[in-house]
Design a protein around this ligand. Structure first.
Ligand code: KG4
Ligand code: ZN
Length: 340
């Protein structure tokens, strides 16, 4: 009897989260994420430790994803995995695991571009979430990337702007380090920003041509500002932390929204989606929503669990590729610098 359901197992291991998810005909049945706490002590991801932790996590995480989905591996129609971009040692764990499992089960293997997946997460079937129509603009904002992408179709995308130095998530994490916050600092800065005055300490926005971004100057400006203030008042950080966080967040959001406005004007596209870890940020979510009134945008904001790295977004790309019989060969290689 022909299979009535398409079950895709997605595997994500590009950075410091080991994740596995099962999607049935575009709907998420399970999405298990094991975040690696070990990096917190180092204030950033240590590649060697990340790949070792992936090796330890991958079997239990996949088992859990299948169990939560209520299916066995024999029910799977195909296996999708993150081929890149990401840390090579981390990518290799997911890639080798996916290849072996697909080979053992004699089912198709599907390679997925992590940055496309952050965008195509919008096509997961979810109640009360509308899917963007083509063409739309997607801004992917994460710890490793900051891009504005013109999405003409599922697999026809063009990067029209990107960072020339740090990613926006890095700006959050490096600012957090300067302020003595833990890693990753994005969520805490966000929390504190909501309690502070965004206009307390003005930081200059960088001047970058076209639709590109730059965040390294902001990081340096914050460092010098904090050094200067703490010299005069040793308790400056403690006494002003919420206001400093609010001011940093206000500046970052201003930079992002300015470029989105420019991109929308230049392309004439008013359907705007966001994706990636920083799209969990409360301020950017609000600023985007405000854009509906202010600039006539229709905006698409992913469900919280599909913003930071997760395998559901890998599995949905697997499903879309499965429908087109777009499969990978067994000799497919992980690619740390894979482009959209
Ligand atoms: O997409 P992601 O999980 O991993 C990468 O592919 O990089 O993004 C992680 C980044 C980190 O820099 C983290 O600080 C940031 O997303 N992040 C946030 C928030 N939640 C996560 N940044 C600002 N506000 C948040 N609420
Ligand atoms: Zn990511």
């Amino acid at each position: 009897m022909a299979k009535q359901n398409i079950y895709i197992l997605g595997i994500e291991s590009s950075c410091d989260d080991t994740s596995a998810a099962v999607i049935q005909n575009g709907k998420v049945l399970s999405n298990v994420v094991a975040s690696q706490k070990i990096h917190e002590a180092y204030g950033g991801v240590v590649p060697e430790l990340a790949s070792r932790a992936h090796q330890q996590n991958i079997v239990p995480v996949v088992d859990q994803a299948l169990e939560k989905a209520g299916i066995s591996k024999e029910d799977l129609s195909a296996i999708a995995f993150t081929r890149g971009p990401g840390l090579m040692g981390s990518l290799l764990v997911g890639t080798s695991f996916a290849k072996s499992l697909a080979y053992g089960l004699n089912i198709p293997l599907i390679d997925v571009n992590h940055m496309q997946a952050h965008i195509l997460a919008h096509f997961i079937e979810e109640e009360n979430f509308k899917k963007p129509p083509f063409p739309f603009l997607a801004m992917t904002i994460s710890g490793g990337h900051t891009q504005i992408v013109k999405v003409n179709n599922y697999f026809d995308m063009t990067v029209i702007g990107e960072t020339i130095d740090d990613a926006v998530g890095e700006a959050y994490d490096k600012s957090g380090k300067i302020l003595g916050l833990g890693y990753p600092a994005g969520p805490e800065i966000d929390k504190r920003a909501q309690l502070g005055n965004p206009k307390a300490f003005p930081f200059t926005k960088p001047k970058v041509d076209g639709l590109n971004f730059s965040f390294s100057g902001l990081k340096t400006a914050i460092l010098y500002f904090i050094q200067k203030e703490t010299k005069a008042h040793p308790n400056f950080i403690e006494e002003n932390l919420n206001d400093v966080c609010a001011s940093i967040q206000y500046t970052i959001i201003g930079i992002l929204i300015d470029k989105l406005k420019k991109a929308s004007k230049e392309t004439g596209i008013h359907h705007i989606a966001i994706g990636g870890g920083v799209s969990a940020n409360s301020g950017i979510r609000k600023a985007l929503k405000d854009g509906e009134q202010k600039f006539g945008w229709t905006t698409y904001i992913p469900k919280f669990e599909y913003t930071t790295d997760n395998a559901a977004m890998i599995a949905i790309v697997g499903y879309l590729k499965f429908l087109e019989s777009d499969f990978a060969e067994q000799d497919v290689m992980a690619s740390a610098r894979l482009k959209i």
